[in-house]
Design a protein around this ligand. Structure first.
Ligand code: GLC
Ligand code: CA
Length: 534
């Protein structure tokens, strides 16, 4: 069942910005099909594509107008079918984006729900009993919109005002507010069944599963998320019965909850308790050569989550970035970025590469917001493939592109970097091939911490499978750092990244070993090294 996750390596595609096949300035499905060989050449064998459904694009497609129809600007449902076939013919897999928590306010379900007279959709969304009612302080309730409807009530919204929340009920409804329905009432049950139909539709069309948007917040007034967990267990049971191979990854950012809920994997993200930001995106990220970061809190929680979820076989995903975060290259320069990728590609779980990060594509500063992106807009600019017009993204006039491209696209692009042995792109390709070739580094192989102290460098851990053990050491800081480690009799240096790659010799002197009193034990600056222990 879903064994393909054991060696999955994902690439996230933002469809509007990946490849435009018909010159209208916006990416589309045929464009993606034309770049599948490129994605495969990165060593990626799976794709997560952001929403591709019909939408007024108030939130870039996370405001779905029609769950059953591809947005015409991307193509047709048949194009998605063909995309899935092309992906499978390369032994790759694809997850679509499921947005179960809210729709667009232009969705026909919501239009019906706004009507004064009762109908099938009256309870599909969460409406108060009068337009004047106020709500506040309820867990998972993000907003309320009043007025503009025939129905006398205000409706809850999830993210932007144009995203009315679907009604999955309240875990703990307030008895004084009868509009808060229990999770087993007909309204919430109708929503659950409707969402199962949506899943059936796309799985039957050929996708391999879903990335699930805002997965932890469907049920309201559920402070410990136990009702949300049970809801997802129900969805999982439905999939196990009808689509046992369907894979689900959650945008929940709390693996101790999501993996229990039946998700195969969950992301560590810029929100939630994970300290993911400490890796690459704080004022002083660990992977910057400044050497002022700390991964202590990140790893304390990581190990804790690993222990709590080990039994269920779920995995944690560390992404290089995504469409909601400022690009990693705004915090790390290309040399630092290579070590960051060495980290992402040596950790357990399923790695995700956000399109463009593999070439160190830049965050585009000072853009006017596009489709509800706001500061996220700069991370969503079109992919740079070559040195030609619009960096090979589109044949349109540059002024007609979905989002303006960064000025560095003439050198930060696939074609240019392919020619440079030292580029980020080539390092990423070497690293993915290296991961694939070494069982110790595979998604499900063991992880053991060797050294991770507060505000100290280096970081060292061991990855282990039945076949081999690998000691992995990172020192992204610009100072050599001491490491206490008893190197075994026999070992083999199998990969070097960063400065150590060319001008340092690594030998036993890098380790202060307990049996050699005079060993200096300084591990070289700005380097990563992989040592196979024999
Ligand atoms: C998720 C998406 C984000 C979207 C929001 C509302 O966080 O990743 O892009 O705006 O949900 O659907
Ligand atoms: Ca197009």
């Amino acid at each position: 069942m879903s064994r393909w996750l054991d060696d999955a390596l994902f690439y996230e595609i933002y469809p509007q910005s990946f490849c435009d096949s018909n010159g209208d300035g916006i990416g589309d499905i045929n464009g993606i099909i034309s770049k599948l060989d490129y994605i495969h050449s990165l060593g990626c064998n799976a794709i997560w594509m952001n929403p591709c459904y019909d939408s007024p694009f108030v939130d870039a497609g996370y405001d779905v107008r029609d769950y059953y129809k591809v947005a015409p600007r991307y193509g047709t449902n048949d194009d998605i079918r063909r995309l899935c076939e092309e992906i499978h013919s390369r032994s790759m897999h694809i997850l679509l984006d499921l947005v179960p928590g809210h729709t667009s306010d232009q969705c026909s379900w919501f239009r019906e729900s706004q009507k004064h007279d009762r109908n099938e959709y009256t309870d599909r969304y969460i409406w108060t009993d009068t337009v004047w009612e106020d709500v506040g302080g309820i867990v998972n309730v993000m907003g309320l919109t009043r007025g503009g409807t025939e129905r006398n009530g205000a409706y809850l919204t999830n993210f932007f005002n144009a995203q009315p929340a679907l009604n999955y009920g309240f875990a703990d409804p307030d008895p004084d507010r009868p509009w808060q329905q229990g999770i087993n009432e007909p309204g919430p049950r109708g929503t659950v069944e409707a969402m199962k139909d949506v899943m059936r539709f796309w799985l039957s069309l050929g996708c391999d599963g879903f990335r699930v948007d805002m997965a932890g917040s469907l049920i309201k007034a559920d402070p410990d998320q136990s009702a949300n967990i049970r809801l997802w267990q129900e969805f999982r049971a439905f999939l196990d019965a009808e689509y046992p191979d369907a894979v689900m990854v959650s945008e929940w950012a709390q693996p101790d909850k999501s993996l229990l809920a039946g998700f195969h994997m969950d992301f560590l993200l810029h929100f939630g308790p994970s300290h993911y930001m400490d890796l690459f995106r704080t004022e002083t990220p660990y992977f910057s050569r400044e050497g002022k970061g700390s991964l202590k809190q990140f790893f304390d929680l990581y190990m804790d989550n690993m222990n709590k979820t080990r039994a269920g076989g779920g995995m944690m995903c560390i992404p290089s970035g995504n469409h909601d975060m400022v690009r990693i290259s705004r915090f790390l320069d290309p040399e630092e970025l290579k070590l960051a990728f060495a980290f992402i590609l040596s950790m357990p779980g399923v790695p995700f590469i956000y399109y463009g990060d593999e070439i160190g594509m830049k965050y585009v500063e000072d853009l006017v917001s596009v489709e509800g992106g706001y500061e996220r807009t700069g991370s969503r600019s079109p992919m740079a493939f070559d040195c030609g017009k619009n960096a090979g993204f589109s044949a349109a006039d540059p002024g007609d592109l979905y989002i303006r491209q960064d000025d560095s696209r003439s050198t930060v692009n696939v074609e240019y970097e392919e020619r440079d042995e030292r580029s980020v792109l080539n390092e990423v390709r070497r690293l993915t091939a290296f991961r694939k070739a070494h069982p110790a580094l595979h998604n499900r192989s063991d992880f053991e911490m060797v050294y991770c102290e507060d505000h100290k460098y280096p970081l060292a851990f061991i990855r282990k499978s039945d076949e081999e053990s690998m000691l992995v050491i990172f020192n992204p800081s610009s100072e050599d750092a001491s490491l206490d480690f008893d190197l075994p009799e026999k070992y083999d240096i199998v990969y070097r990244a960063g400065r150590i790659r060319d001008d340092s010799v690594l030998d036993e002197s890098c380790f202060s070993m307990s049996d050699k009193k005079d060993a200096s034990g300084m591990f070289p600056a700005e380097s990563a090294i992989f040592i196979r222990i024999i």
